[in-house]
Design a protein around this ligand. Structure first.
Ligand code: GLN
Length: 239
C-alpha cells in the first residue's frame, strides 16, 4: 500500500497561524485515496533521519521561536536535511521555517543561522511588516496555477543569483515587497511566506507535494466545491 511519511520539524515551536492545518490536509488527501499516512516529528536536541520520511514540514514562527530553533537546526539537522533533499524528499517550509532554509536571518545585530538548503538571505529591515492577503502564480510542472494565502512577516527575503522563486506575485507583497517574487523552489524543496494555512486553501498544492514526495501521479479526487470556492475568491480579488 502506498504510504506518505511526514516529519514535522519543531511542531510545538513553529506553528504560528495554525500551520499544522497543512499536515491535516496532507493526511486527508492520502487517506481519502486509501493511502497510509504516517506522522513523525523532531524537535530541539533530537536526531533527524533523512531516510525515514518522504516529506519534511516546518511551519511559521515568531522571531523568538525561530531564535530557539535556528541554532539547533543549523548544527543538528542541516546535514540530514541536505541529504533528504538530495535524495528527492519533499520539503515544505512556511514563513519563519522558510526563512531558516536560507543562509541567514538577520535582525539588527543578531544573525540567526539558516541551513543553506536554498540560496537566499532574510533581513529584518526597517519599514512596516508585510501583511495581507497574497496571491501568486506558480508552475509546479502542470502549468501555471494560483496559490492563495495570507502573509505576515517582518523579514524581507532576497533570493541569490541561482535561486528560483516559487512564483510571481499577483497581489500582495511576496518575498520583500519589491522584486515581485514569492517563495523559493529548488527541486522538491518549497519555501513560501503564505499561511492560510496554505494547503487547506490550495489543495492542488497538497496533491503536488504528495506526488513530488513519492514520485508518483495521483488519481484526482472530486474537488468541485474547493475549485468553486477558489474561483469565486479569485473573481472577488480580481486575480
Ligand atoms: N518571524 C518572522 C518574520 O516576522 C516570520 C513570521 C511568520 O512566520 N509569520 O519575518
Amino acid at each position: 500500500m502506498l504510504r506518505l511519511r511526514v516529519c514535522a520539524l519543531y511542531p510545538e515551536l513553529m506553528n504560528i497561524y495554525a500551520d499544522r492545518g497543512n499536515i491535516a490536509v496532507l493526511r486527508a488527501r492520502c487517506e481519502w485515496r486509501g493511502m497510509d499516512f504516517e506522522l513523525g516529528s523532531v524537535t530541539v536536541g533530537e536526531d533527524l533521519d533523512p531516510a525515514a520520511h518522504d516529506l519534511f514540514y516546518i511551519g511559521g514562527g515568531q522571531d523568538r521561536d525561530q531564535a530557539a530553533v535556528a541554532q539547533d537546526m543549523a548544527q543538528g539537522k542541516s546535514e540530514a536535511m541536505h541529504a533528504a533533499a538530495d535524495r528527492g524528499a519533499a520539503v515544505l517550509a512556511v514563513c519563519g521555517g522558510y526563512q531558516l532554509l536560507g543562509h541567514s536571518y538577520t535582525m539588527g545585530d543578531e544573525e540567526l543561522p539558516g541551513i543553506g538548503l536554498v540560496d537566499l538571505r532574510t533581513v529584518r529591515e526597517d519599514g512596516p511588516r508585510l501583511i495581507g492577503n497574497c496571491a501568486i502564480e506558480a508552475d509546479l510542472g502542470d502549468g501555471p496555477r494560483v496559490i492563495a494565502g495570507f502573509e505576515n512577516h517582518g523579514g524581507r527575503t532576497h533570493l541569490g543569483a541561482g535561486a528560483e522563486p516559487l512564483g510571481r506575485v499577483l497581489s500582495g507583497h511576496g518575498n520583500n515587497g519589491v522584486d515581485g517574487f514569492e517563495g523559493v523552489r529548488r527541486g522538491n524543496v518549497i519555501g513560501t511566506y503564505l499561511h492560510g494555512p496554505l494547503l487547506p486553501k490550495n489543495i492542488w498544492l497538497a496533491d503536488r507535494l504528495i506526488e513530488m514526495a513519492l514520485d508518483i501521479e495521483l488519481e484526482p479526487l472530486d474537488d468541485e466545491m474547493e475549485d468553486a470556492a477558489h474561483a469565486s475568491a479569485r473573481r472577488a480579488a480580481g486575480v
